[in-house]
Design a binder for this molecule. Structure first.
Ligand SMILES: NC(=O)c1ccc[n+]([C@@H]2O[C@H](COP(=O)([O-])OP(=O)(O)OC[C@H]3O[C@@H](n4cnc5c(N)ncnc54)[C@H](OP(=O)(O)O)[C@@H]3O)[C@@H](O)[C@H]2O)c1
Length: 334
């Protein structure tokens, strides 16, 4: 094996070896499998990474995984299907990994996970978009036919701000919850806001907006059922729960949502990892569209807060206390 081949099989990865002692260091690991070789230049750090790294994430109940759902990178080697997808060596690409693993210097991934990044879009801005943008798009599509009035529980968050903008582009009237500290920002993105800390918010929503056709929720709250029309729908992206008990909350919320599939209002789960794993073409279409909208200025990405990978600890700390409108982005060097 040549030196180049050996090097291209190694990657420095942020592997979670233990939930009780999160080392937060990168370690060298060999890459398995075939597919395109991508040198990662940027990767986001979001709330799901923090949850997973402390052992609170149902999709990674055991240590031994690498955190990071999405990335921007440069293609160094292509697999056979890449050409038919229009990908070449040297292309700047974006992707979401269905099983995490993006906090790494290099990745081996099937070309079907990759889409080109438009030339005009800066990599740090693009890096804020793949997971949250695809989640926002997918959640909206699960509400189809498109609601006339949409309520987003957590509209000031990363997924919420992107969903609010995508819905507004479709002509949907958007409202949602936010803390008083981030309400002004959510309003700038076009959403009427209600304080989730005020128990009267459902009453205020009904008075000011009336019942809505669709809800995107990340808390599993049953209160939301009272603000949706009977023929409306609630899309659940997460199920909340106290820190340390979020796996159980997710399992219970997931089961409850499945049971409510044919209730009125109906409920569905939005899982982007499952979507990416099972609906590859739709995922690529959604990610391509989100990046194009950002490139054309019609979708405003969150403001990237960039950390060099040598400051991984600080990046994780910052992502653990997310500032509204901002997203932590790791940079590995262009
Ligand atoms: N299903 C999927 O595939 C998928 C994909 C991505 C993310 N997620 C999950 O979706 C959730 C949201 O992600 P994100 O990245 O948008 O998170 P985020 O940026 O941390 O935003 C959280 C949002 O929730 C609001 N919030 C906080 N406490 C709340 C409460 N008690 N009631 C209602 N809203 C509250 C926050 O408002 P303030 O900031 O104003 O306090 C903010 O708007 C997370 O649980 C994440 O793990 C799921």
């Amino acid at each position: 094996m040549t030196r180049h081949e050996q090097q291209s099989r190694l990657s420095n990865v942020a592997r979670v070896d233990s939930f009780s002692r999160d080392t937060r260091e990168f370690v060298e690991a060999s890459m398995r499998g075939d597919g395109c070789l991508v040198r990662v230049t940027h990767a986001s750090v979001g709330s799901t990474d923090i949850m997973a790294r402390r052992g609170d994430y149902l999709l990674h109940p055991f240590p031994g995984f690498v955190s990071g759902y999405d990335f921007i990178g440069i293609v160094e080697f292509i697999d056979r299907p890449a050409q038919s997808l229009g990908l070449s060596v040297g292309d700047r690409v974006a992707g979401v990994l269905p099983g995490m693993g993006a906090h790494a210097t290099r990745l081996r991934v099937p070309s079907s996970l990759l889409v080109p990044v438009p030339d005009g879009l800066a990599s740090e801005d693009a890096a804020t978009l793949p997971l949250d943008g695809v989640t926002a798009r997918h959640a909206l599509d699960l509400l189809k036919p498109s609601p006339r009035a949409l309520f987003i529980n957590g509209v000031s968050g990363a997924v919420g701000l992107l969903a609010a903008q995508l819905a507004a582009l479709d002509g949907v009237r958007v409202s949602g919850t936010a803390s008083p500290a981030s309400a002004a920002l959510a309003m700038q993105y076009g959403a009427a806001t209600f304080d989730y800390g005020d128990t009267q918010w459902p009453r205020q929503l009904l008075d000011q907006v009336g019942k809505v056709d669709g809800v995107i929720d990340h808390t599993g709250s049953r209160t939301l059922n009272s603000v949706v029309k009977r023929n409306g729908r609630i899309v659940r992206t997460a199920f909340g729960g106290p820190v340390g008990h979020q796996k159980a909350a997710t399992a219970a919320g997931f089961a409850k949502t499945l049971v409510q599939r044919f209730a009125q209002p109906s409920e569905v789960v939005c899982s982007t990892p499952m979507y990416v794993a099972m609906k590859r073409r739709s995922y690529r279409r959604d990610l391509t569209k989100v990046l194009e909208l950002a490139d054309s200025g019609r979708l405003k990405p969150l403001d990237p807060v960039v950390y060099d990978v040598s400051h991984y600890r600080e990046a994780l700390d910052a992502a653990g206390q997310p500032a509204s409108g901002k997203k932590v982005v790791l940079t590995f060097g262009e």
